[in-house]
Ligand binder design. Structure first.
Ligand code: ZN
Length: 55
């Protein structure tokens, strides 16, 4: 999960949603502050966490 600094505040986005937001990230110049693997974090868009990948 990456923490993005956006014009409307910081938000966590998973890699999946990062692709969806790519255009907006570019247009609004979002900056990735840092990346963290943390099961309690939830993506602001899809509401999923990093640890929900079942193998
Ligand atoms: Zn997501």
């Amino acid at each position: 999960m990456k923490l993005w600094v956006t014009p409307t505040g910081d938000r966590w986005l998973c890699d999946e949603c990062q692709r969806e937001f790519a255009e907006q990230i570019e247009k609004e110049q979002w900056r990735a502050a840092f990346e963290k693997w943390e099961p309690t974090l939830r993506c602001v868009h899809c509401k999923h966490g990093d640890m929900e990948v079942f193998d």
